[in-house]
Design a protein around this ligand. Structure first.
Ligand SMILES: *[C@@H]1O[C@H](CO)[C@@H](O)[C@H](O)[C@H]1NC(C)=O
Ligand SMILES: *[C@@H]1O[C@H](CO)[C@@H](O)[C@H](O)[C@H]1NC(C)=O
Length: 289
């Protein structure tokens, strides 16, 4: 065997090993593909607390179950920027007011499951994030297909908190087509300068999705989003469209903000985001597949 052939074989062998190791360790979250070791399940009734540069996972009785050190993973994993993940079509609004967003509600109906299954994952959610700095996403998520939290060829709901290094989720609860979901994110308290906030998120009436998190940087960017991975055909999406309605935003000082939603579509693939009713009171946004 010529040395160059042996070298090529060795390179091939090494790269397939690297590939195997990488794929074994990587799992899908609404924050993109992440290391499996950095995905943490929150038990029912449990909560999260930012304490310095750590995130504590607490049991329902307040016992600290796990301490996760927030690592600077900038070199190893990209920050959770929408365009670097599978955000396909979405609407968003950024709160520039000095008063934080106090509540953000959205209603939508669980669509029929996609007519084709190629192992794709579809996430539909409302979410809230900071504008910059340490990345964070708090979101009640409807999921079809597999993710780090579980799932399969059915719809399920869970709440997620995504930080730049770690991802936390409640245990997914199966749901079915036609169910009306009310995804709610609520501010429950702020430090005196509003820099650190406590929030809850949940699907109303599905108590397993309730998630409380304390000590987070203020979350200012509200979105209505379709995120997907592994889609190979338009039939991998649900048929027709998803209408996000009952979109209501309130600020902590009691005011209703003046909201104009920006949209992002994927026209090439025929995924269109439309604002039917703009504003912060009973707004309505459609994502058409
Ligand atoms: C609190 O909950 C944890 C986890 O369920 C359990 O292991 C622990 O014994 C409980 N502690 C108390 C004081 O009830
Ligand atoms: C925020 O949450 C922490 C932990 O639950 C709590 O000690 C603190 O009082 C909360 N702050 C406010 C302003 O609600």
């Amino acid at each position: 065997m010529r040395a160059s052939t042996a070298a090529a074989l060795l390179v091939g062998l090494l790269s397939s090993l690297v590939f195997a190791v990488t794929t074994a360790e990587t799992v899908l979250t609404p924050g993109g593909y992440r290391s499996k070791a950095n995905v943490h399940e929150i038990p029912v009734g449990g909560s999260l607390a930012h304490v310095g540069d750590m995130i504590h996972v607490l049991a329902a009785n307040g016992t600290v179950l796990k301490v996760v050190h927030r690592r600077n993973t900038a070199k190893r994993e990209p920050a959770v920027l929408p365009l670097k993940t599978g955000w396909i079509a979405y609407a968003s609004w950024l709160n520039y007011d000095s008063s934080p967003i106090a509540s953000f509600t959205t209603t939508w109906e669980v669509p029929a499951v996609p007519t084709e299954n190629h192992g794709q994952t579809v996430f539909l959610f409302n979410s809230i994030e900071p504008t910059s700095g340490p990345v964070a996403i708090l979101q009640p998520v409807l999921q079809y297909g597999p993710s780090a939290a579980g799932g399969g060829s059915f719809w399920a709901v869970a709440s997620w908190y995504i930080s730049s290094s770690d991802q936390f989720h409640t245990t997914p609860v199966r749901t079915s087509a036609g169910t009306t979901l009310n995804g709610v994110i609520t501010l429950t308290g702020t430090s005196s300068d509003s820099s650190l906030c406590n929030y809850t998120t949940q699907f109303i009436g599905i108590s397993e999705t309730f998630l409380y998190i304390s000590g987070v940087s203020q979350l200012r960017w509200a979105t209505e989003t379709l995120e997907a991975y592994g889609v190979t055909s338009i039939n991998d999406y649900p048929a027709s469209s998803t209408v996000f309605s009952g979109i209501n935003l309130k600020l902590a000082d009691g005011a209703t903000p003046i909201v104009s939603w920006s949209t992002q579509s994927d026209a090439t693939d025929g995924l269109i985001t439309t604002v039917n009713t703009d504003g912060a009171t009973d707004a309505e946004i459609t994502i058409e597949y």
